[in-house]
Unconditional design. Sequence first.
Lengths: 461, 484
Amino acid sequence: MSRWIPEEHGEEQAMLDALGVPSIEALFADVPKKARIGRMGLAAGMDEAEVVAQIDKILDRNRPLSKFASFLGGRISTRYVPAAVDAIVARGEFLTSYTPYQPEASQGMLRTLFEFQSLWVELTGMDVANASLYDGATAAGEALLLCRRIHDGHRFLIPESLPWEEKSVLANYAGGAGLTLEEIPYDPRSGRLDLERVRARIAGGSDVFGMLADVPNGFGVVDEGLWELKSILKDVPLVVSADPLALTVLEPPGRYGADVVVGEGQGFGIAPSFGGPLLGLFACRREHLRSAPGRIVGATVDADGRRAYAHTIQTREQHIRRSRATSNICTNQALMAVAFVVYATTVGPRGLAALEASLAEKARTLASALSGVDGIQAPRFDAPYLGEFTVELGRGTVDGFLQRLQRRKVLGGVPLADPRAGSGTGPQRLLVAATDAVGDKEIQKYAKAARAAMAAAGGGA
Amino acid sequence: MTFRQARWDEPDVWDLDPEATPGEVPPIPGLPERLRRREAVRWPELAELDVIRHYSRLSQMNFGVDTVPYALGSCTMKYNPRVGELLARRRNAADLHPAQPESTVQGALEVQWRLERLLTKVTGMPEVSLQPSAGAHGEWAALTMVRAYFRDQGTLDRRTEVLLPDTAHGTNPASAAMAGFTAREIPSKDGCVDLAALRAAVSERTACFMLTNPNTAGLFESEILEIAEIVHGAGSMLYYDGANLNAILGITHPGRMGFDVAHLNLHKTFSTPHGGGGPGAGVLAAGERLAPYLPIPRVVKEGRKFRLDYDRPKSIGKIKSAYGNFGLDLRAYAFALVHGEDGLRHVARRAVLNSNYLAHKLGTLLPRPFRTLVKHEFLLSGAPLRERGVRTLDLAKRLLDEGVHAPTVYFPSLVEEALMIELPETESRRTLDAYAAAFERALGDSPEHLHAAPQHLAVSRIDEVRAAREPRLSWKDLRDAPKG
C-alpha cells in the first residue's frame, strides 16, 4: 500500500471501532449489489521508483525541442522560462491551494492574481481583467458570448485567417447559443482583413452582434486595418485576440476601440508541455464588467481598515447565478496566471520589448534566407510582421516538406491547414516562428534543409 | 492556540519600484512607426531576487494542502504527490510543442493513450477524451455532444431541457445553458433524488439528466439503477458529474450505474494540484451512443505507433486549442500507477472511512441533516449557532485561526447554514482528531471572538460587500482612486 494513504498503528481499525462498524465494507452498504463492480482490471500498484522508471522509459520515446532547430510557434510558444518562475510556481503554498473561497487565508494567491489582472489591463489598455480562463481559444469563445449579451444579432464575424482550432472552438461556443460564425476573407496579397467586406456587412442592416480580429493574425501579420475596424463596426462590439509579447511593442487594443481583449498567455512563463496547461487571458471595458466571465479579484479592506483582496462581482458566476451565470467556468488556470505575472516581472517591461525586437530581427533574417530558396515564398504576405510569418510552398506539400526538414533535425513550422481537409489540398502554407533558441547557425541550417527539400519535391517553377 | 500565519507588510509589486515610469519602446525591425506602442508598458523593473522575495512572501500568506488540512467539501483537497511535479518537469515532457511531428512525440501520445485506457476501466465507459481543461469544461463539452446527438436523431427541437437535482453544483445548470438547453431543477427528498419528482419531470422534452453520485450531500444515490431506467425510458441521456468519483473508485462506476456520458476531475480524484484555482483536467468519458461525438483529435494506436486521429465525422470538433492538459495527464497517470487496482479502491475506502469518522465526531457538535451513512464528504448545519447570534460564516473564519482551512459553506442551499466537509484519504487519523478538536474549540469560543475572527491571519475579516460596491480591480483602479 502506498505511503500516500496513512496506516499508522492500525488506525483504520481504531476508526472503525470508534464508528462501531465491523469493516470498511460496511460503509458501502448504500451501494446496491447490482450496481457494484468486480475488479476494474488495472495492474497492481508499484513503488514510486518503479513508476518513475516506467514513465521515464515512455517519455524517452519523445524527442524534445532541444534536439532540433525548432521554428514552431503559433499560439504556443517555446520561449525560455527563467528558473525563478518555476521556483515560485512550484511553491506548495501556491501549488496546493484552491480557489480562495476564504480570502483571509488566501491573500497570497489573491494578491498575485490581482497583480496578474493589473498586468493584462496595462498590456491591453482595457479597464478590467479576470483571473484567467482555460486558454486563448476558450477566452475568445467567452468573448463571443459576452458580445451577444451586450448587442443584438445572431452573426459573429471572424477572420478567415484565424487558426482552424480557434474557429472550431468558437463554433461550439456559438452553436450552443444558436449563433453563427461568418468568415471575413483576407486580402490575398497582404493577408490583411478585407475591410470593405466588413463595411458592407455592417452597412447592410446588420444582424452582426460582434467581431473578433487577431493581432498578429493567423498568418503572423500585424494588420493595421485593426486600427480602423472599430470605426467601421461602430456600436458592434470588437474583440481583439492579442499575443501578450506583441502587446509589449504594439499599440494597446484599448487605443483603437476594442471592447474585449483576449489572448493566449502560455508564452509568459509556461512550458509548452505538448499543449497544456495553457492560459486564457480576458479583459474588457468597465461597462461590460457585469457581463464578464470568470473569477475577478478586487481590492477592499479588512476589519482593521487595511488593504485586503477578495473575489468580487460574484453575482455573475455559476455558484450564485446558476443557469443565468455569464459562464460555467469554475476551475480556471490560476497557477498559470501566477507564472505569467512572475515571468513578466522577472524579465521586466524593457526586457520583454527587447525580446520581441530581437525575435522580429531574427524573423527578417530567416525570411530573407528562405526567400532565396527556389519555390518558397517567404514571407507569403506583404504586410508588417513580428517574430512569425507565413511561408508558402510553390510545389510539393507541407507534410512532405516538414518531413524532409525533420530528417535534418529542423522543425520547420506549424501547418496552417485544417487536418480534416486532408493534407496536400489547398494552399501549402506554414507558420514559421523565429524563436529565442535559434541563431544564425540554425537559420542557415533551415535554409539549407529547405533548399534540399524543395529540390527533392521536384521540378522547379 | 499557537497558530500564526505570516503577516508580511509587503507592498504591491508596482510599489517596489516607485520610480517606474513608462519609457520608450525601442524601434522594432519591420514595424511601421504608427503601429508601435507610444508608451512602454507600465510595470516595475526589479532585480530577480526582489521578485523571488516578493512572491515568496505572498505565498506565505496562503493556505495550501502542503501546510494545512484543507476541508473544502466537493473539492477533494488531497495530498499532491511530488513525483508528479518531478515527471511533468522532465525535458522529455515539458519541452514538447503540440505541433511537433507525431514521430517525435510518441511518448506523450503513449502516456495519453495509456491513461485513456486506464480511465475507461475506472469509469466503465468505452471511450475517453482528455481534451477538457476542467470539470465544467467537460460538462459543457458533453452537453454539446448530447445536442449533436439529438440533432442527428432529428429530435433536438423537442429535446430542449436538461434536468438536475436542486443539490447540483452550480456549474451543471450553467453548462446546460451554455450548451443551449433550459436547465430545470428537481427538488430532492431527504438529500437524494426524489423518484416521484423525477418521474413527473422527465418527458420527451428531456435531453439529459445530470447527476453527481455520491451527491453534494455526501450521500450515495442508492436508487441509481431506477433513476437510469426512468431517464432512459424517456429516451434521454444520463450525465455523470465526476466531482465526487473519489468515493466510489473500484466499488462501482458510471458505466455500471447506467450513465451515458461522464466527466472526471483529474485535479480531484487523481491528485493533480489545484494551483490556487486551476489548472484542472476534466476528462470526458462516453458510452457507445455518444462516443462518435467526442472532440477531435482522438489518440489512436496503430501497430506500435500512436497518432492523433482527426477523421471523426460526427465529432463536435474542438473545445480547446490543444489536446488535453498533458502536464496534468502525466501527473494523474503516475498517481494511478502507484496505486494500481487495489490502491485506487483503497483510496475510496479510506476517503469514506475518514469522512464517516469525522462526521461521527462532529455530529455530536452540530446537527447532521439526512441519513448518517455518508461517502467522501458530509454536511453539518450551523443553524443552531443562530441562538448565540453566530453564523456558519463566523465559525468558518474562526476555524482559519486554528490553522486549518474551513469547510465549503452555504452549499448546498437546501441545508440551512450548511457546512460541507471533506478530508480525503491522505489525511491521517491524527489529523482528523486534530481537526475535530479545532472545530470544537472554535464552536466553544465566545460570540465576540467568533465575530472578530480571524485574528491570526495576514488580514482580519474582509469587507466583501465593499469589494463589490466599489470595484477596484487593478493597479489602474488604485491609481485612479488612491484611497483605502
